[in-house]
Design a protein around this ligand. Structure first.
Ligand code: ACK
Length: 871
């Protein structure tokens, strides 16, 4: 039990609390909230006194300042009744703690009271105790009170109501939420004294889920999320100011976030905002993500300010022992220097769990500790250091390195000014390379490898480098001369016989703007990124590509897209790939090709398809992607295939993944990218049916501050284009949101927007969804193939969100950040949607020219279309 934290309110102040609540309860807002949250509130009580009073289902116990309330509630999509604590002043209601999370009451007969032994108990209608504070010490007069911190305390008081001792408090039994001033303890000696957050099983089920989070009190304590008994994510060691593995954790703004070791060796984390002027919370969600939220009064919503794990590399041990994960390399996993894959076949096919082993034995292992001087260290920068850190004496980087070198078991060291000398023994697990932040890690290698490198360096510097420079100079002048001769028509790129020896490097400024886009007074990739160097991408020889696809045989054909044929292939290492061979006749091919190379090789996210390389030889332009065994969502949803229909959980997972991918493009990547051609056939599914957004041929970058751009060359697909884009060439995040909305409704209904026609008034899926919504029969939209197996609340939420996204006017549509938030937040009130686009004559349509309007008739075409608009 934690020591008492502050002086508690007197009984008279409780009476004030009752008055305040009574006032609030009389307001419409409170009633609305009560209805929305399924909280049947009628009476607000300040405290529970032994034998005096009880909290019935429908009553609430409120804190003095009205910040928190305790009472019975039902989560969305559930009729079970739970006793929980929630924020009392803000809407939507947000539950921060649940008492009987594993023992719900089936009806509203429950009561909360203090029993004869002084325990706080929840009784069901038959008087059976379904939950109790279970304290063994008897108290003469017990008194339960909810504090303004959200902590529920049970205290022993004397007849004058003065606190004698705290018997129990909810902050000692955390749920899935860590609130300010709440302490999470970890005692390395006593596991039963370790406090962890435990996730809900699902958004509608507060029972204990698989994920838990707390402090791992090893030598250098760190925050950890566990999936059952396995580590799912870790923060890296705490250095007294921040976690070494969270590069964005700026200790200047930690607002009291602290990790301390008490004199008994117990490790404790807590945080508190200095003036406590706004609400904040950390929540461990049912998918194992720890998220920080801050309440934004002005937006009346929670702002997600941090989440972990955030990228694939954040997942614990993603690249196995002695592997290094980097989101900016492709593939993301590589062996550490001096190591090679343990199982090269598996490694090359993308299964990195086996990790890496040393290529050469350490000298000190081979020849005994006397030969330690023949080992050296290789420096890696911006690193999330491995797990299982130990300490060694050493007051400086040099001393730390010297001491590590003398001990053969010391395989790596790092020096942090706050912690001092940190070392590792055995395998190096969970190393990540950051783009910024992190620390320098020095890994032990046999000196022969380091010497070899030194020798090679000297040779390179003294001979090869000047020769190469001269050669490059000659090649450059020759190339310029030839380029002039050919009126700079073509790039000439050499490939060696191996096929993958070059890196293709486009200058974004020069390459991303197509010749036929010159009339486009708007945006090309350049606008956002002038002066940015082009990306580097493995360049494959045509012969390698031809062999990989069995000479582009029909048997290897996966299908045909707007700009060419897609083939399945296999690289010499065994990796399966998909190749897009741009058709020579396609006028747009080169532009889209460059656009895709420039863009997709610069962004990486688990929900974006990965570009592995390309081939440009003669007239051939080929893009090489990771192979997606489950092909496109289009085939799953609309194909006359023999495939099992996607069940609801998978559909929801896909929808969430697409939303996250799009949010990354719009907000989280290095540039603000508008995809412009989001549709079911551009969503590919990997073996686990995880969605990946593909085809960036049409994508454009907006400048950081730029909200909207305009083009005269409208590209996109009928049925997915927003009205302002199709009619006026205006594209923005909101035009992608529109396409996302259409896709969302298609996924729910299993019907294509454009091929849906019920009668002359209902000519597309959006009209149909809107009509059902207004008639209160929105659930009729659901795909009959689901056979009635779906979560009703979730489906309704998706339809609601879909309708919000396809609203006629961009200003009414939510941003993707709000969409993602609305998916994840269960008891949130969404605004009512206004009528969607293309449901009748609209101002936008009447604004635009007749010709354009005609161009935009719905039909069944799913390939990307281009429309030129007159200025
Ligand atoms: O719907 P599908 O079967 O999946 O047919 C289309 C076709 O190529 C033309 O785009 C398939 N396709 C595209 N990229 C990939 C990929 N990376 N892996 C597997 N199939 C792909 C798509």
């Amino acid at each position: 039990m934690l020591p008492p934290k502050k002086q508690y309110k007197s009984f008279s102040s409780q009476v004030m609390g009752i008055n305040n609540i009574a006032k609030i309860a009389s307001t419409v807002g409170f009633l609305l909230f009560a209805i929305l949250c399924y909280l049947r509130t009628c009476t607000a009580i300040g405290t529970i006194l032994a034998t005096n009073n009880t909290v019935k289902d429908g009553d609430t116990l409120v804190s003095v300042g009205d910040d928190f309330a305790l009472g019975f509630f039902s989560p969305h999509n559930s009729t079970n009744r739970y006793v929980g604590i929630w924020y009392n002043k803000i809407r939507p209601g947000t539950i921060v703690w649940v008492a009987n999370r594993d023992t719900p009451i089936a009806d509203s007969s429950g009561i909360i009271m203090i029993d004869a032994n002084g325990n706080l108990v929840i009784l069901d209608g038959r008087g059976g105790a379904i939950w109790s504070t279970n304290i063994s010490t008897l108290a003469k007069i017990a008194h339960a009170e909810l504090l303004d911190t959200g902590n529920l305390q049970l205290r022993e008081v004397d007849s004058a109501n003065t606190t004698k001792r705290i018997l129990w408090e909810s902050f000692d039994y955390p749920g899935d939420t860590h609130l300010p001033s709440m302490k999470l303890d970890a005692d390395p000696k006593r596991k039963d004294r370790t406090q962890r957050l435990t996730s809900w099983r699902s958004a509608s089920d507060p029972s204990s889920g698989n994920f838990s989070s707390g402090i791992d009190p090893q030598k250098h304590p760190q925050a950890v999320i566990w999936d059952g008994a396995d580590i799912h994510w870790r923060s890296g060691p705490w250095d007294g100011r921040a976690y070494l593995g969270i590069p964005d954790m700026d200790y200047m703004y930690l607002d009291g976030y602290n990790l301390i070791k008490t004199s008994e060796g117990v490790v404790q984390i807590s945080y508190d905002y200095i003036n406590g002027s706004f609400y904040s919370r950390y929540v461990l969600d049912s998918l194992g993500m720890l998220k920080q939220f801050i309440w934004k009064e002005e937006n009346n919503s929670w702002l997600n300010t941090w989440s972990g794990p955030d990228t694939e590399c954040d997942l614990y041990g993603r690249c196995g022992p002695n592997g290094r994960c980097s989101m900016s390399s492709s593939p993301i996993c590589n062996c550490l220097k001096g190591f090679e894959p343990k199982y090269s076949g598996e490694w090359n096919s993308g299964n990195w769990s086996g990790g890496c082993v040393r290529s050469k034995q350490l000298e000190c292992e081979k020849n005994g500790i006397g030969s330690w001087k023949r080992d050296g260290f290789f420096k890696m920068e911006r690193i999330k250091v491995p797990n299982f850190a130990d300490s060694l004496a050493g007051g400086s980087l040099k001393e730390c390195g010297d001491n590590c070198q003398k001990s053969c078991s010391c395989v790596a060291y790092a020096y942090d000014t706050m912690i001092g000398c940190i070392i590792w023994r055995g395998d190096l697990v969970d190393i990540q390379q950051f783009a910024r932040g992190g620390v320098d890690l020095y890994i032990r290698l046999p000196a022969s490898e380091l010497d070899e490198k030194k020798d090679r360096k000297i040779v390179i510097i003294s001979t090869v480098l000047p020769a190469t420079l001269i050669l490059l100079g000659c090649v450059y002048f020759l190339w310029r001369w030839r380029a002039k001769q050919r009126e700079r028509k073509e790039h000439h790129i050499h490939n060696n016989k191996e096929g993958k020896n070059n890196m293709l490097c486009f200058n974004m400024y020069n390459s991303a703007k197509a010749p036929n886009d010159s009339s486009d007074g708007s945006n090309t990739l350049n606008d956002g990124v002038k002066g940015t160097a082009g990306p580097e991408l493995p360049l494959y020889g045509f012969s390698v590509v031809a062999i990989a696809t069995n000479n582009f045989s029909d048997a290897n054909k996966l299908g045909e897209g707007g700009f060419g044929i897609v083939y399945k292939g296999k690289l010499p290492g065994g990796q399966q790939i998909a190749l897009k061979r741009l058709s020579k006749s396609s006028g747009q091919g080169l532009e889209e090709f460059k656009n895709e190379v420039v863009l997709i090789s610069r962004v990486q996210h688990r929900n974006l398809v990965k570009l592995l390389g390309c081939c440009t030889e003669g007239e051939e332009k080929i893009l090489i992607y990771e192979y997606m065994p489950n092909k496109s969502l289009d085939a799953f949803l609309f194909g006359p295939s023999t495939k099992e229909p996607l069940d609801w959980d998978k559909r929801f997972h896909i929808v969430e993944g697409i939303a996250r991918g799009l949010l990354y493009l719009h907000r989280d990547s290095r540039f603000k990218i508008i995809h412009r051609d989001l549709k079911a056939s551009n969503i590919l599914l990997d073996e686990g049916l995880n969605p990946k957004i593909s085809d960036f041929g049409m994508a454009r970058i907006l400048g950081e501050e730029q909200i909207l751009a305009r083009t005269t060359r409208v590209v996109g697909t009928y049925g997915y284009m927003s009205p302002e884009y199709a009619m006026q060439g205006r594209f923005s995040e909101k035009s992608d949101v529109f396409s996302f909305g259409v896709l969302l409704l298609e996924i729910v209904s299993g019907k294509r927007n454009t091929s849906f026609c019920q009668n002359e008034h209902i000519s597309n899926l959006l009209c149909h969804a809107w009509q059902l919504w207004n008639e209160g029969t929105a659930l009729e939209l659901i795909d009959p193939a689901l056979g009635g197996h779906y979560e009703q609340e979730q489906v309704l939420r998706c339809i609601h969100l879909g309708l919000l996204c396809v609203q006629e006017f961009p200003k009414d549509r939510p941003l993707m950040s709000s969409v993602v938030f609305m998916f994840g937040c269960d008891i949130l009130t969404l605004p009512a949607p206004k009528h969607p686009a293309f449901t009748g004559i609209s101002p936008l349509q009447s604004d635009s020219s007749e010709r354009n309007h005609e161009n935009f008739s719905f039909n069944d075409v799913t390939i990307t279309d281009i429309i030129f608009l007159g200025r």
